[in-house]
Design a protein around this ligand. Sequence first.
Ligand code: NAD
Length: 317
Amino acid sequence: MTQRRILFFASKSYDENTFRAALKSLNGQDKLHFTFLEMMLVIQKSWKKYMACDTVKIIALRSAGYSGSSVEIAKQYGLHVCRVPSYSPHAVAEHAVALLLSLNRNMHHAFFRTKQHNFSLDGLVGIDLFGKTVGIIGAGIVGMCAIKIFLGFGCKVLAYDIKPNENAAREQGFQYVTIDELLTESDIISLHAPLNDSTYHLINREALNKMKFDAMLINTSRGPLVDAKALVDCLKSGKLRGAALDVYEHEDKYFYKNYSQRIMNDDILARLISMHNTIVTSHQAFLTEEALKTIAESIIQNFLEFFNQLQTDGVKE
Ligand code: NAD
């Protein structure tokens, strides 16, 4: 098989390390040649000439989602587009729990205090999670992992999902409820639903108003599930105990980039970061060695199968 050239866009050091290791473990070094670029790929209609002459054959997304205008354009030109349907759901669920534990027990303050030899405990009081009610919105693959962890903590778990799995609820020991019941009864709400028309701003001003006083909100799903401006207003009113976000509705401009020496113009994001009772991470819930390995191996397998098929079909190149 001819050695195929693969260009990686928006690649980070961890991408290069894991993809090179996975290529070696799958014995694909003589079949695929990798070049890693930091620049983003934005497919424009002017790319038609490359696609039409078959220069580019396949686009692989190092993510689960298919959304984005680049993908739409690629599909219009008949390019094969693949993705990784599922990597480690545990990585995402565990990050949601890490965010909750940090927020609740004020780890983000304790860490900096002891670094400065400040051993006071004022303002660090949390709550026991044991016996509290956790509401999971979206009890799919990641949501189910989160449910099992919270049940292990001795929490009561409520779930809201448009496709409830009553068998799982019976077996695991949690309960499906309506969205309103979940909002009004939960001490902690963790979002695990995908972004679609029905989930855009699911947590809006009205939903925040329905939440319990002193509740905590965790979002590791997709930013636009939460109306960030409404969340800032709610936090400013003192209603919530806190919020921890791995995703933000306008994250594309900032997340994964180093803005430490640049002006950040997003005042909502700046406010969310600066509050004492918030934690923001930069869409890193997936970032474990296991998830990266699964992503790399799955994409490389896709490439090998795709190019093998081209050869079998005798497609002229
Ligand atoms: P999944 O498809 O297995 O589960 C999603 C669940 O949400 C399904 O059970 C579905 O029925 C339910 N759902 C759909 N619309 C709903 C609605 N309107 N209200 C309530 N429930 C609804 O997906 P998953 O693999 O569990 O992923 C969950 C989320 O985690 C996705 O949004 C995904 O983008 C996100 N994610 C985040 C990261 C990260 O690094 N932060 C990484 C991977 C996945």
